[in-house]
Design a protein around this ligand. Sequence first.
Ligand SMILES: [Zn+2]
Length: 283
Amino acid sequence: MPRVRFYAAALRDELQISGCANVDAVAKTLNLEIREIDLSGCDGALLRSSADTAGIIAVRRSIRETGRKRFTIAHEIGHRILHAASVACTQSEIGNWTSSATNVEREADEFAAELLLPSRELVSVVNRTSPSLQVIQDLAREYQASLSASAWNFCDVVNVPCAVIWSTREVIQWSRRSDSFRFFLRRGSRVPDASYAMAAFRDQQFPTQPEPVAAHEWIEDTRLREHAEIWEQSLKLRSYESVITLLWVRRPIFDERSDEDTLLPELDPEEFTLRRKRWPGKR
Ligand SMILES: [Zn+2]
């Protein structure tokens, strides 16, 4: 967990927040007044003098989605806790999950994501069912968070190999992998032709649940087993001209015994007999 997330978790503890956080109330506790303003050129700003603990969070009035507005406020609270000085943040700086985000902006985003979507609560919600975009959408709804922040945090806590990819106009903008998803996904490259993501962009038919596709469509690796499959689910987000994709390595996809495969050990058929090869506690 990035260090700044601990600050957000500590703030939630201190204010005894569980579930969906009331960001307006959090701001008020910190002596920050929220003002919706006709901002141009930026989505949010934190205004404060160094001599005073009080301050103002300005939010662009024309932000449509509640999740985005709440994320912007949480992001500015992050600047207040982490960085002290006044700051103005453009649309491309808030919730920018690409690697081009500056350190300070990424820290405020990580803080905001943890304030809105606490890992400690997510870990049980996410892992009690198999991975899907529905799980991510449910998180966004329950915690009134943006889909992208929910997807980002989903990958942080999911305990099977998954990745989320955000693509716009057929090009991958950012991706996030779970710890056990060890495969490289290239930012800036085109979405694979035979993927459901591409079908979504082209308004063709594609499944609404995770379904297998050839693993080599998404993953370039010489160790891929012949006919290896990876589970994909994609969803078109028309208002963003984007597609969000979930990849799930449901079965081992490498030929040789590699790191990835040892994460998904095959069951020993003699497991429950005296002939079993692996004994608990025995190496
Ligand atoms: Zn910022």
